[in-house]
Design a protein around this ligand. Structure first.
Ligand code: ATP
Ligand code: MG
Length: 358
């Protein structure tokens, strides 16, 4: 397995948690006798300091040559002295990456680890059947890319945002969600607002057509308002949720609350060719950076997703996921997931335990 991974640690807790993920990757290499080519590159404020750009050509080149990208996080505290470094940092780096590689979908698992039920904001009676959802959000259509206008009409201020979808965009993301469901519990819930929006009617139609090609997967359609409510009354019913860009933005942030900390949540963005970028769902967390207290699990789980989805190394991914579960079972907690903060372990200690259980 001579695969190339572009590693972009970025800013804030990014470099700290990336260092942990790289240790886990080295352990996988040894245990399974693989050799990966790891190429580090700067992004975000870290790149701005060195190259005067948040997404320099040299970083783009490393990403273009790679088989997958492992990303940390970018951004930092905006203060007078560092205004240039941080201004538009996220926009210039993440959006440039999305544009460069045309990532068309974002995948976010939202899972409650049974060991961490006590930090899930929902009542025990509601999560008794567990929560293990994957949200697939379309990224290239919807109101984000239609024309935005603010104008005056009949002496009133007015604004409009054009919402557009074509069938190809819907097809791509639908196929992706059905494929993910095949490797899980074989249920897809497609979320839209088909009772009001024409884009949603088309969405529903195309997802249903694609669904016919996956006869072993159950497809269900749900209105977004109902879905939001179901999150609070019966979240166990969901396996894979596929939805539009705007609804996905909102629902995936809502689902991010289930596990109890952003420090647990990985994510992936795919383009039509299957090329992908993997990153924690949280950001650079400047409030806890450089303190050795960040939870490394989101970054390490992002690596596990990379191995599973980009390199089809299922056993290797499972090895990482099992080690994380055992670490949590053994009671190790970083402060974000620890009720008694006195007992929290450091970023490095958490990783050492995960390595121990691998
Ligand atoms: P950004 O602008 O980069 O998104 P932010 O200030 O919004 O930064 P986030 O990174 O989104 O911060 O994090 C939101 C909250 O979640 C913060 O309080 C942060 O400390 C916490 N958090 C995020 N990631 C982790 C992690 N890996 N471990 C522990 N806490 C985390
Ligand atoms: Mg944030």
């Amino acid at each position: 397995m001579n695969k190339k991974i572009a590693v972009l640690p970025g800013d804030g807790i990014g470099p700290e948690v990336m260092e942990q993920a790289i240790q886990v990757l080295r352990c996988i290499e040894k245990k399974f006798n693989h050799q990966f080519e790891i190429n580090f590159a700067h992004v975000g404020g870290a790149a701005y300091e060195k190259f005067g750009s948040h997404f320099p050509e040299s970083t783009k080149f490393v990403c273009q040559k790679a088989d997958a990208i492992l990303f940390g996080s970018v951004g930092g505290p905006i203060s007078e002295s560092h205004l240039a470094k941080w201004k538009d940092c996220e926009k210039n780096s993440i959006l440039s990456l999305r544009k460069e590689f045309q990532f068309s979908s974002n995948i976010r698992p939202a899972k409650v680890y049974p060991e961490l039920k006590d930090i899930c904001p929902l009542k025990d009676s509601i999560i008794k059947n567990g929560i293990d959802i994957v949200i697939v959000r379309e990224l290239l259509g919807d109101v984000y890319f239609g024309e935005h206008r603010t104008f005056i009409e009949n002496q009133l201020r007015k604004a409009s945002d054009l919402c557009e979808y074509n069938e190809k965009q819907i097809e791509t993301v639908a196929h992706q969600s059905f494929k993910i469901a095949l490797g899980r519990n074989r249920k897809v819930t497609s979320v839209d607002k088909a009772n009001v929006l024409d884009t949603s009617k088309l969405w529903r139609e195309v997802v249903a057509e694609v669904g016919k090609q996956y006869p072993t997967v159950t497809l269900e359609h749900m209105l977004v308002d109902n879905c939001a409510m179901q999150f609070f009354i019966n979240p166990s019913q969901f396996d894979v949720i596929v939805t539009t860009n705007l609804f996905g933005d909102i629902l995936s942030d809502a689902a991010a609350a289930f596990p109890g900390s952003l420090g647990l949540m990985p994510s992936a963005s795919f383009n039509e060719n299957g090329f992908a970028l993997y990153e924690p769902s949280g950001g650079s967390a400047p409030d806890i950076a450089s303190k050795n207290i960040a939870n490394p699990i989101a970054q390490i789980m992002s690596l596990a997703m990379l191995l599973r989805h980009s390199f089809e190394l299922v056993e290797e991914a499972q090895c990482i996921e099992n080690a994380i579960q055992k670490t949590l079972q053994a009671g190790y907690r970083t402060s974000d997931i620890c009720i008694d903060k006195e007992k929290a372990v450091t970023t490095e200690q958490m990783t050492q335990q995960i390595l121990y259980f691998m």
